[in-house]
Design a binder for this molecule. Structure first.
Ligand code: PLP
Length: 480
């Protein structure tokens, strides 16, 4: 494809995307297909000779698109939002065209510097502690864009592990680093995302998964008791992963209680995972939900969830960048450059060497919407979630199980888990709506998340009508 063909095909692709997004609402939210459907439709070998673009797009239209789940569909209410907006798509297009691999400042200066600038913009917009903003006087910290919240948790725990080993080694300099691993213990709540457990598996450290309180919030006294028990066993508490806006029910751990406990210990790193909810802190009225953030050593949130930025864009800030990079620096000659002392090399801030120009899409979104537009988007989702909650609460057959603070409502039919499983399975099979389940306070619940950028009352009323009609039908089939 030469530049002239790209010009034509690129414009056609924009038209195709616009038509897809505009007509999606008339389709099922999820495809009704069996595994292996695509293998039956596509050849088992790559083509030996070049093919016509029109033929490729014909296959996209007739074979690929029918198997797509429409995450941007107005009736998709599963998981958390998958960020998407036109400015973000354009940012990624430009990033793909530039095609740089910005592992160091020298590898693409604008790629590095724009990342630092937008991370400072965003950090200030959500009012992170001053130490996290690299441009603030005296700050030792800063922000970096990672590929996922899981990576943010991984590099945070890795840094904490490095600090803890240094601490133990200062007293026993002759012992091998790996010999300290069995002494280390990390903590999180049962409500934490499974990526914390995966991280502990990767890093070969113990993880204590603690019971939250009746509001699914991890409390200080639970953490303190666990730490004291472990210290009595000769273990070293070194990392606590807390969550603001848990995956199952959008609960908030109590940082005001947990923070001082972490700070009272010789070597505990406090991480705060706000993968979804963290974005909402751009709204001043929601800042009480991040009370205690001043104790954090690191914080992450995903604009690719709830800030209209396409995947991947997961923002991590650390209070002390040296603690992060000292766990990750390796410096072969072929990656060194003459400006390293005056610049940032983001290759030292994460696992992969290669990095995309991800800050472009975040920068495009922040500029095109402005903070006021992004606040309006967040507030609209919260307003609609509360509206959905009010519809559920009016129907005595149902109960709402979470405290609806943001865009997620956890609800269920009053009764056994089994009828809720059947209700959700039949709704999802209809393709009219898509939601996922979760366990909250020991009960099977249905999660309803406001997801679409353009969500409005009509979508909420449609969803409620579908849910209540299916419930009526289901209840009608139950033995009296
Ligand atoms: N943390 C929380 C609170 C989440 O809700 C999720 C995913 O939904 C994750 C972490 C994992 O996110 P990622 O897919 O970016 O690794």
């Amino acid at each position: 494809m030469d530049v002239e063909e790209f010009r034509v095909r690129g414009k056609e692709m924009v038209d195709y995307i616009c038509a897809y997004l505009a007509t999606m609402k008339s389709k099922r939210v999820t495809p009704n297909l069996d595994p292996g459907f695509l293998q039956k439709l596509l050849p088992s070998e790559a083509p030996q000779e070049p093919e016509e673009w029109d033929d490729i797009m014909e296959d996209v239209d007739t074979k690929i698109m029918p198997g797509v789940t429409h995450w941007q569909h107005p009736h998709f209410h599963a998981y958390f939002p998958s960020g998407n907006s036109f400015p973000s798509i354009l940012g990624d297009m430009l990033s793909d065209a530039i095609g740089c691999i910005g592992f160091s400042w020298a590898a693409s200066p604008s790629c590095t510097e724009l990342e630092t600038i937008v991370m400072n913009w965003f950090g200030k917009a959500i009012d992170l502690p001053s130490d996290f903003i690299s441009s603030n006087p005296g700050s030792k910290g800063g922000g970096v864009i990672q590929g996922s919240a899981s990576e943010c948790v991984l590099v945070s725990m890795l840094s904490a592990r490095n600090e803890a080993i240094k601490h133990l080694k200062s007293k026993n300099p002759d012992i091998e680093d790996s010999a300290f691993l069995p002494k280390l213990v990390a903590y999180c709540s049962k409500e934490s995302h499974s990526c914390v457990e995966k991280t502990a598996m990767i890093l070969l450290v113990k993880l204590r998964i603690l019971e939250p309180d009746e509001n699914c919030s991890l409390r200080g006294k639970t953490l303190l008791k666990a730490m004291q028990e472990d210290e009595e066993q000769g273990l070293l508490p070194f990392f606590v992963s807390t969550t603001l806006g848990s995956t199952a029910c959008c609960a908030f751990d109590n940082l005001k209680e947990i923070g001082p406990i972490c700070k009272s210990k010789p070597c505990v790193w406090l991480h705060v995972d706000g993968a979804y909810a963290g974005n909402a802190f751009i709204c001043p009225e929601l800042k009480p939900l991040m009370a205690g953030i001043e104790y954090a050593d690191s914080f992450n949130t995903n604009p690719n969830k709830w800030l209209l930025v396409n995947f991947d864009c997961s923002c991590l800030w650390v209070r002390d960048k040296i603690k992060l990079t000292s766990a990750l620096v390796v410096d072969p000659l072929y990656l060194q450059h003459s400006k390293a002392n005056e610049s940032i090399d983001y290759r030292h801030w994460g696992i992969p060497l290669s990095r995309r120009f991800r800050s472009l899409k975040l920068w495009f979104v922040m500029r095109k919407y402005g903070l006021s537009g992004l606040q309006q988007y967040i507030r609209n989702h919260i307003r609609l979630a509360k509206y959905f909650e009010s519809l559920v609460l009016k129907d005595k057959r149902f109960e709402v199980v979470n405290d609806v603070k943001l865009g997620l409502v956890c609800f269920r039919l009053v009764g056994p888990d089994s009828i809720n499983q059947t209700l959700l399975a039949t709704i999802n099979a209809s393709g009219k709506l898509h939601m996922i389940p979760s366990m909250v306070k020991g009960k099977y619940i249905i999660r309803f998340c406001v997801v679409s950028e353009f969500a409005n009352e009509t979508h909420i009323e449609y969803a409620w009508k579908i849910i209540s009609n299916f419930a009526t039908r289901l209840i009608g089939t139950l033995p009296k």
